[in-house]
Every structure is written in C-alpha cells, then in structure tokens.
Design a protein around this ligand. Sequence first.
Ligand code: NOJ
Length: 737
Amino acid sequence: MKKVKFFGIIMLLVFFLGGCNSANEQKMATNEHEARVDALLAKMTLKEKLGQLMQYTGAGEVTGPVEGTYSRLDKIKAGEAGSMLNVNGASYTRKLQQIAVEETRLGIPLIFGYDVIHGYKTIFPVPLGEAASWNLESIEKAARIAAEEAASAGQHWTFAPMVDIARDARWGRVMEGAGEDTYYGSLVAAARVRGFQGKDLSANNTIVACAKHFAAYGAAQAGRDYYTTEVSERTFREIYLPPFKAAVDAGVLTFMSAFNDLNGIPTSGNAFLTKQVLINEWNFQGFVVSDWGAVQQMINHRYVKDLKQATEVSFNAGVHMDMENNAYFTHLEELINDGKVSLSQVDEAVRRILLVKAKLGLFEDPYKYCDTTHEKNTLLKAEFLEFARQSARESFVLLKNQKNTLPLSENIKSVALIGPLANSKVDMMGTWSARGDAKDVITLKEELEKRADLKVNFVKGSNINDEKNNEFEQALAAAKKSDVVIFAVGEEAMMSGEALSRMDIRIPEVQRKLMEYVLKSGKPTVLVLFNGRPLSLVWENQNLDAILDVWLPGTMAGPAIADVLFGAYNPSGKLPMSFPYDVGQCPIFYNHKNSGRPATQERYTSKYIDGPNEALFPFAFGLSYTTFEYANLKLDKTTIGMNDSLHISVDVKNTGSRAGEEVVHLFVNDSFASITPAVKQLRGFEKIKLEAGETKNVLFSIHPKDLAFVGFDLNWITEPGEFEVEVKDLKAIFVVK
Ligand code: NOJ
C-alpha cells in the first residue's frame, strides 16, 4: 500500500515538473518570439509595416474581385505583401518565399493561407457530414491529416474551421460548419483547431487555424448568402459566440471577419466584435484577417463613403490584415497623417502578424514547408485514404430502413444503379475541396463494379437539374432486370457552399421524376442521398424503402458507401441539423422556444395550417442496422447546490443481432427562467459501441454552470429552479438550489 502511495507521489511530481517544464519552455519560446519581433519592428519603415498587413491572392480559387496580376511578384519584391492566399505546392511557394526572404530589405517571410476546409488532397466529407459522426476524435484527426498534407505543400495557414451556427437549410454554407447546435458546435470548433494546429505549431506538419466568420454570418436573413443579420445581443452571445470562444480557448491564432452586417454594422468594421469581444473580453492574442474584399464591401453596405473611410473603420475596429481589398496599403499612411489612425495601432497589428509567423518557425527556416520530396511522400498516403474511408462511412446517416432493406443481403446478385451522382467524381468532393483531384476519387459505380459477385446495371438516368438527356426508359429496364434499385441522386457539389443558397431545398425535380418512373419496376429501392445541406424529403420518405444520407463524402466516397450498403459498417451518424418537411419551416432548430400558445389541436395555437411544426428528420436523428433500448435513467441526487455536480446514468442495450454504435444524447430543459428558455438543450453526448445483446452504462455529469444562459443584463447566469433531464424518451427531474 505504502509503495503504491510513494509511486503515486513520484508520478505526480514527474507530471507536475513535466507540466512546469513544458509551460516554462513555452514561456521562453514566447519571450524569444517577442524579442525577435520587437527587434524587427524597430527596423521597419512605415511602408514595410503596411506591407505586412496585406494579403493578395494567387491564381487559385478566386472568390471575389481581384485587382492587378495574379502572380503578385511585384508586390512581394517591393515588400508590400505580408501574406498570399491561393498559391499552392512546395515548389511554387518556395519560389515566392525566396523572393520575400532573399530579395527584400528585411527578408520577412510570407505566410501562405488557403481554404483547407475538409482535406487538402485527400478529401474528407464536407464538415457538416463530418459533424454527423459525433466523433470528435475522428473530426480532429481529419483536420490533422489535412494540415499534414497542406503543410507539406507549402501552406502555413488554413481559413478553417468555419464555426458559424446555422439554422437555415437555405444557406449554402451550412455545409462548411457543424450544424445548428451551439454546445456541439463549440466542441467541434475546438477539435478542428486542435487538429490543424497540433501541439507544436513550429513543426512542419501543423498549420495555423482561423475561426470564421466573425460573426453571426450563419444568421443571414432568408438564408441568402452575404445578406443582413439582425440578432439581439443576448441571443448573439448565447447562440452565435460560444463556438468562437471555444476556438480561442483551444488556442486558435487567427480570426476572419465576415461579410454580413450585424444589427446595422458590417462585421468587418465592427469594433464591438473585434475590439470589445475578441480582444478585450477574450484576450485574443492572434490576428484578424478580413474576409475577401469585405473591407471595401462596406461601401456597398452603405456604411462608408469610400475605400479610405472603409480602411479607417475596419482597421480601427481591429481587423489587422487586408484580404484582397487593396485598402490598407493604399490608405493607412494618409489616415495616419490625418490623425485618424495611430502609428501604435499599426505597430500592434504588425506585431500580431509577425508573432504568428514566429510561432510557425518561419524566421528560423522560411522554407521548412516547401520541400517537394516531403510533399510527394505525404500527399494521399494510403493511411490517409483509409482514414477518409472510415470518416466518410461514420458520417452517413440512415434516415429510413423499411423492411430492413439495408444492409443488402447476400442473396442480392444484381443492382440497378441509377442517378447522375453514381459516377460523378468531382461531385463527391463538394466545394472547398482544396487540391482534391477528381481523378483520385472512387465513385459508387466504380466500387460496386469491383465486386465479382454482383451485376451492376448502371444508368445515369438524368442530369442533375435539367430535362436534357433523360434516360428514364433505360433506367426502368435496368431496374426490371435487377434485384434491387439504388438511386444515387441529390445535390451536386455546386449546390452547397459559398454563394450557393437555395430557395427550394428538395432534390431537383428531374431526379425525383426519374425515381418516380423507376418505381414502376416494383423492386426494393434504396436512396443514396448526396447533399451539402438538410433537404426536404417528404416524397422520398413516402415512396422509397431506405434512405442513406451520405452528404458529399470525399475521395473515398464509393468504398465508404459500399461498406454501409453491404453491412461491413453499421451506420451510426446522427443529424447535426434538422431536416424540415418543407422549406417554409426554415429556420428550424430543435432548441426553439415554447411560445405562449404551444401547438395543440386547438385553433389559436402556434402552428402551421398546412404542415407540422416539427422537422421530418430532427436534430440528432439517425437509425442503425441494430436497435438500442434505453433504461434505468438515474440521478445521484434530486437536488443540487450551485457548487455541486449531478451524476446521471443510463443503461443502453443493443437489442438487435449485430454490433453497432450509438450516440447517447443528454438534453436538459429548464422549467422556467427569467429569459424564456428553449424547450431543451443538448448538454452532453457519448458515442458507444455495443456488441449484439450487450448493455453499457453511460455516465454524464452536469454542473449548474452547464445550465447557464445569457440573462437580460448580458451576463451568463444559472438560476435556481427545476430542470428536466432527457435521454431518448426517458426523463427525470432535479432541482438546483
Ligand atoms: C471568402 C469566404 O467567405 C471565406 O470563407 C474564404 O476563406 C475566403 N473567401 C478566401 O477564399
């Protein structure tokens, strides 16, 4: 016993000293970086300083207006560029870096930024799909791999994660985030930051992350991209800000401002956001980059009269780097002379940017990310592809499985594979697919055709969204001679992402008609649904036997889908966003309020006259090939004080005949409060694996601070009172004193 105690003390000391050591090392590194940056700043001319604030695009993914030539060699040579985006590859980035380092007076290295959103070369499912896995470890690992590939190809910085809460399926960019829930979105935000930045930013396989778009960009009115947002500060702080705060707590080093105006003030010139909240309240130490052209767009917002005023407003609000606005270099000197901007502010912005470069280790070795051999050996490693397959299949959500149509039985000898997405490589990657190459993608058709024991009768059937080249008859004939029909339909890549909002969120009509026609065969039907957003699936739910939502699954689409169709993997995904019956319900989210007249059969209650209030497939919904039974929801206390914790336990049993994974969600609801509460709030989850017949006990703990909300005075508060815990359909009450 004594020995054990002694050993324990030694371990504690080792742990403590180890912890101190690494904290000391970090402190020393920070001091070193600061000293280096201060020394450099002392040598810089104003023009050189302003140059550091500028980011220009190369010829890659151009998503806004560009002035001048793409190569920007002139700007780099003149020391007028601190950063480039959209330039790729170890060899080309080395060439540009060489100019910055060897041909400018002070040799300050560039920082290269790029949209590495869901993979660099090995493409993972779109982020909304990844979020459906509810596997934070796997989400972090996908970001880790993306960083490793991107870093090997010269990148230092990704414009990810997008942590915007999104409650409106019309908004095209819902596909880039983690969905509608703030609690879950915050955990995913932190996981992605950890994945990209790793433990040591100066290593050659980690890159700087960027929390975007600051803020409330996802609340765009009517789901229309770039559009106005009006959100009360209370709701803003409770719903939209926490994922950004979680990113800061996880150590994110950059932020990106947004395109939208928020309550009348464009977010790229909004001192409340960047100065007050981010820098003063959260003590953020990194830097803020504007979104593309978002400084100059304040003119279109009619918030400023010209680019000079836009520069003044943006820079004074705390946006440190100018992405493709051509504003800061052009106007800051004049604004300093006019006394509108101070030199010390310029120094502060430059200092923040140089510190990030120092943390990346760029001053020690500006070429450490530009090694072509390392790049070649890193991209598309077999283990990365294997992980992309795993992460894709874990993202799939089984929405319907009537008569156990899935998994396909061994007796199935032939399939009719029908639909424009069965063999479309480029669409598997979704938008923001970085350097993902369509030729590396394996489609469902290619994968199924590898199976010697299966006859694949493939017919494309229709285009994505027009009536040209319809092949309805051929599709029906294929169905008639097959055991089962698999429809591979839905949204193509270019139907979700930036500037891709939709007002109709159904599967495009021509594809629906194709399915309807083929139903005449009377064969069992499986819908493999491709999508970057929640869709309205009323017809599909009524008419098809099984629906498997596979999002836009990435490079390993085909193998991952086949794994699930044939049962090598039992689907475990759960929706991170509600799928409405109809677009008319948008925005729709599970944690809505109750209203004064909650819906009943009575006439004067809060409901639609032509459809339900609820989602067709709600948040957290997803089936499995097995079944789970929940029992014995127990709380260790029925009353807790403000400093106590409540322990909750529940038994989950796999009652089916095959192993499966289940995501156990814990919801809490507040019976009443000084701010009307949501009907329920997610406050915990755990993903568990259960063998057939196995039971596991799942434990959660809740502290009163987990029950806090933003009060009328804008402070987080936990009010005493009665709460209800909800796990599946089990409920229990407790009281906070
Ligand atoms: C505009 C997008 O809003 C942003 O998310 C992206 O990072 C930049 N363009 C750079 O491509």
